[in-house]
Design a protein around this ligand. Structure first.
Ligand code: ZN
Length: 211
């Protein structure tokens, strides 16, 4: 079971609501006690997000690890990776499983990492990847303590959310229907930025030829 203490629960809720269209992600400071993974605090690393992916780049992860080290901890002290699925269900994707596995492998001293997916409706899905002694994924119950209104916590979240950059592709007005019948890339309900760039190119070249 994953237990979110009040402060952690409130921070996650504030972060998710602050960017309702971004898959904000972060880590949770937690300890394992009586079979419960209790989350007491969270950290939101610098990141670039879109509607259907959450991207903590290596450089940003490095910054996070330095921040954690400054607090006198290591990633093993933050063994819960959480992220928002915005308005979608909280079921983890294949990529989420892969990320969790990667994180579990990166803390050999601990040998496991817990994942937590939440959404705008305040639903949660918890699961764990155990690497040692045998590899396994297991679903975990999630208990989120009632949130409370703390100005200090809200300020902390606001501060960390400044480093969350919206990289959602911008949909140009009315550009798509005229793209010469090309099948348009549509993934998880948002445009993929790279595909969008290549389609823009096709559209521009098409105009060139048409002259
Ligand atoms: Zn996900």
């Amino acid at each position: 079971m994953i237990v979110l203490r009040q402060k952690a629960a409130q921070m996650i809720r504030l972060a998710v609501k602050a960017e309702p269209t971004l898959e904000v992600s972060g880590f949770g400071k937690a300890h394992l006690e009586d079979g419960k993974i209790t989350v007491t605090d969270i950290i939101i690393p610098p990141q670039e997000g879109g509607g259907a992916y959450t991207d903590i780049e290596k450089g940003n992860l490095r910054t996070t690890l330095i921040e954690i080290a400054r607090k006198g901890h290591t990633l093993s002290d933050y063994p819960v990776w959480w992220h928002s699925h915005c308005g979608m269900t909280t079921h983890p994707s294949r990529q989420d499983d892969d990320t969790l596995e990667l994180l579990a492998e990166s803390v050999p001293d601990l040998g496991w990492f817990a994942g937590l997916v939440t959404n705008l409706r305040g639903e949660y899905y918890g699961w764990i990847d155990v690497e040692h002694p045998v590899g396994l994924f297991a679903e975990l119950d999630v208990e989120a303590k009632g949130t409370f209104a703390s100005h200090g916590v809200a300020t902390q979240v606001k501060q960390m959310m400044k480093r969350v950059i919206d990289k959602s592709p911008v949909t140009p007005k009315g550009a798509y229907p005229s793209l010469r019948g090309q099948a348009l890339p549509y993934e998880y309900g948002v445009w993929n930025a790279e595909d969008l760039a290549s389609f823009r190119k096709i559209a521009e070249e098409g105009e060139e030829r048409g002259r």
